[in-house]
Design a protein around this ligand. Structure first.
Ligand code: ZN
Length: 217
């Protein structure tokens, strides 16, 4: 997809049109990596993976919608596609929107369920992405049961999933399990994150924290 283009998609249920922006080319500048693995990347915003149709209100995976074509930014589409310009931009979902999408069966495989559950966790954590967040971790029943569910699902997971798992355990205050979850994370790329999570868990810290202020490259 061209960075200077907008993709026109159709809702899988009702065929209502929507626009997807590709975003500007990425830059590592200003990237913040958080202890839950989420990256604030102001110069590399990606289109939402899941959205909700503005007309039929159905939830869908953006990449499963039919693509009708592109509009190059700053150009006028041909007359037969003039209505494309009026299509609304797809919107990201917040924590409760993602929970509704999950409840309505959007996760039809374990991989998609994990992706959706991690996204729910990230959006719930967004309110703690400030220096002086008073609590720093989820306290609602729904957010906690979501974390408990993906912790269970990730028990035999790959090393990147074990890092997510360890962080969720830390935020729940299950510090001994953090150590156990990280025991089989050996990849040297993950060593700085692993060591930081262990350090936080050993000091009894449950708050969402910055892992690094800039990427490690
Ligand atoms: Zn629709």
């Amino acid at each position: 997809m061209f960075p200077s283009a907008e993709l026109i998609i159709a809702c899988p249920r009702c065929k209502e049109l929507a626009k997807v922006s590709a975003g500007a080319p990425g830059s590592p500048e200003g990237v913040i990596i958080w202890s839950d693995g989420f990256q604030d990347a102001p110069f590399n915003e990606r289109p939402p993976r899941v959205t909700r149709c503005g007309k039929c209100l159905g939830y869908f995976w953006t990449d499963e919608a039919q693509t009708l074509g592109y509009i190059l930014r700053g150009s006028t589409p041909p007359p037969e596609q003039a209505h494309w310009a009026d299509a609304p931009a797809i919107q990201p979902l917040d924590e409760s929107g993602l929970m509704n999408a999950l409840a309505q069966g959007l996760a039809y495989s374990p991989e998609l369920e994990l992706e959706l559950r991690v996204a729910i966790w990230w959006r719930g954590n967004d309110i703690f992405r400030t220096e002086d967040a008073p609590v720093g971790h989820a306290t609602s029943k729904d957010a906690i049961s979501n974390m408990e569910r993906f912790i269970e699902m990730m028990a035999e997971g790959a090393e990147d999933l074990l890092l997510f798992r360890a962080e969720a355990l830390r935020q729940l205050g299950r510090f001994q399990e953090v150590e156990a979850s990280l025991q089989t994370v050996w990849c040297s790329d993950y060593a700085p994150a692993k060591n930081r999570l262990l350090e936080l868990a050993r000091s009894g810290d449950r708050k969402l924290r910055k892992l690094f202020d800039s990427p490690a490259f």
